[in-house]
Design a protein around this ligand. Structure first.
Ligand code: ATP
Ligand code: MG
Length: 158
């Protein structure tokens, strides 16, 4: 049955409200252009968004901005989580989705973690015929985009 993405994102935002408040970070949600309901696996989207939002909060400093945005283009759902954090060096960008891989910075060591979050996002996106992409510039921030296929328009379930 189709998923109400706005409700799902609201649930995730509520879950991380305290963590963001503690760092004086603000969060913007831009899902206005999405249809009411979408034929995607809610478990996958929830898990992926949680991992991405958790990273955004964790690696972005105090008073940073985080944006969750979504759009549908060409039978694909594109969900992104962007932050104004430190960014990820180009030489690490290709490896960041590998299990246990962490960019070795003082910040990473300090915040802890196992390096599994992004590997899980990539793996489960792939299982659903989707993918995950990273765009980042040092000192500017990072933007992760989860792309998931939707049933073609006119087919059952859309
Ligand atoms: P875990 O998710 O298992 O708790 P983790 O956060 O270290 O641990 P990943 O989520 O896979 O693991 O992220 C891998 C590495 O990528 C992180 O250690 C960090 O160095 C870098 N990284 C991930 N997201 C961001 C981000 N939004 N900004 C800067 N660096 C990031
Ligand atoms: Mg993580």
């Amino acid at each position: 049955q189709p998923t109400d993405l706005r409700a799902l994102v609201a649930e995730i935002v509520a879950r991380y409200q305290d963590a963001m408040l503690a760092k004086s970070q603000d969060l913007q949600v831009r899902l206005d252009d999405l249809p009411e309901r979408l034929e995607v696996d809610p478990q996958l989207v929830r898990q992926a968004l949680m991992n991405l939002v958790e990273n955004a909060i964790k690696y972005t400093g105090d008073s940073g901005h985080i944006t969750i945005a979504g759009e549908v283009t060409a039978d694909r759902l594109r969900l992104s989580v962007a932050d104004t954090g430190p960014g990820i060096p180009l030489e690490h960008q290709a490896r960041i989705f590998e299990r246990f891989y962490r960019v070795d910075t003082a910040r990473s060591r300090l915040v802890g973690g196992t390096g599994l979050g992004l590997a899980i996002v990539k793996h489960s996106a792939a299982l659903h015929g989707g993918s995950v992409h990273l765009e980042s510039r040092m000192g500017r921030g990072s933007r992760f985009e989860l792309v998931l296929p939707l049933p073609p328009e006119g087919s059952l379930g859309r």
